[in-house]
Design a protein around this ligand. Structure first.
Ligand code: ZN
Length: 77
């Protein structure tokens, strides 16, 4: 079983790094073909990961969320 590299709990997500593109991605571990260099993270550690300065973080864990928040009125009270 894949384990979190931080705490040793069972991993639920994979984090991958693309150094050329400066992109980090987190995705569910059970739907992904394991990419080379991927590391396992538990849910807690996956949620607290942040991309280094100059990097982009792609969160595929929340892909079920709507892309747009309808009715988001930033000028409102
Ligand atoms: Zn962990």
């Amino acid at each position: 079983m894949e384990r979190c590299v931080k705490c040793g709990y069972p991993a639920t997500t994979l984090m991958t790094y693309e150094y050329g593109e400066r992109v980090m991605a987190v995705r569910p571990i059970d739907t992904a073909v394991r990419p080379q260099g991927a590391i396992g993270l538990c849910a807690g550690h996956a949620m607290t990961r942040t991309a280094p300065v100059g990097w982009r973080l792609i969160d595929e864990l929340s892909s079920e969320m709507p892309l747009f928040v309808i009715g988001d009125n930033r000028d409102g009270p």
